[in-house]
Design a binder for this molecule. Sequence first.
Ligand code: NAD
Length: 354
Amino acid sequence: MPTMLVTGGAGFIGSNFIHIALQNSAIRLINLDKLTYAGNLDSLKDIEQDSHYIFVEGDICDSGLINDIFTQYQPDSIVHFAAESHVDRSIDGPGEFIRTNIQGTFALLEEARKYWRELDKDKQNQFRFLHISTDEVYGSLGDTGYFTEETAYAPNSPYSASKASSDHLVRAYYHTYGLPVLMTNCSNNYGPYQFPEKLIPLMILNALEGKPLPIYGNGQNVRDWLYVEDHCRAILRVLEAGKPGEKYNIGGHNEKKNLDIVHILCNILDEKRPRNDGKSYRDQITYVKDRPGHDLRYAIDASKIQKELGWVPAETFETGIIKTVEWYLNNLEWCHRVTDGSYRRERIGLGAQG
Ligand code: NAD
């Protein structure tokens, strides 16, 4: 049975990916995660007992640990999600982004290279290192145009700069050492298990709690949204059929202004969970000072993965966003354990009052 090493599998996309990967293929899956604030084992509770799933708590910067994992589990592939991922946090404190996203990716690549070169020829040819990245590395678009795989990198935040740097390292390991790497650059994801500091879950939860719905600047910034399960299926497809050394842009052609997203969420909530006073959740919208270096528009041209690998998203924004709101409404306990911090306190043994 093939073994897949996933890093950062307790995060938003990683936990969705692990569910889908275990459902879709007969694999043994090792999840290496440091359990930072963004790592939440609640998201993987239903598969804790799965005999094909092994969790290892640890840091991707720890070369010794990575080496031990390679020696013990002999992975056939690596899917590398682990990262610091929140742009606002990268503005407040870029250090951890440099450490995890750049040094951590370097440590993983370096150990992967040493492990890979010792494999026999067949195993070397089959081995894959898939690096998960973002469209934010390309910088900001004007009102028109799309990011293609050839678009020059122009990152504007410490987060995107650290991801761009890790992308360059991954590319270099292919060209310099022949390590069979693949890379995906995806647009904004939304869906179940997303940490409620990100736009969509934040707005849903703030709305339900009667709190303000804060919008940066005038809310005209455009993001291209993809339902997280579509991203996960694209990753599986790239792993299966992608060409080593290649990168693939992933997106759903769902460009939306931030303000429009919040309006859509308010409309869905007005219908599914109306406010007690009969007013619209839109009344809770407030405008706050814009984020420094806030990119105006991201939009992905995903034609390469569509043409070469036959991947297309299953969800439209309209279907995916309803599923998402319903998931949060049905999983408020998951959300509350994040917002009150109990998902972490229990883990480090401090008890509910810690
Ligand atoms: P996330 O912040 O929800 O999860 C990150 C996970 O990595 C957490 O479980 C965390 O504990 C773990 N982690 C952090 N530092 C670590 C370290 N040093 N060692 C081991 N584990 C560590 O992130 P996400 O939104 O799931 O994003 C996953 C990946 O996808 C990231 O590489 C991100 O750049 C990329 N990406 C995200 C989006 C998006 O919209 N969320 C879009 C495109 C690409």
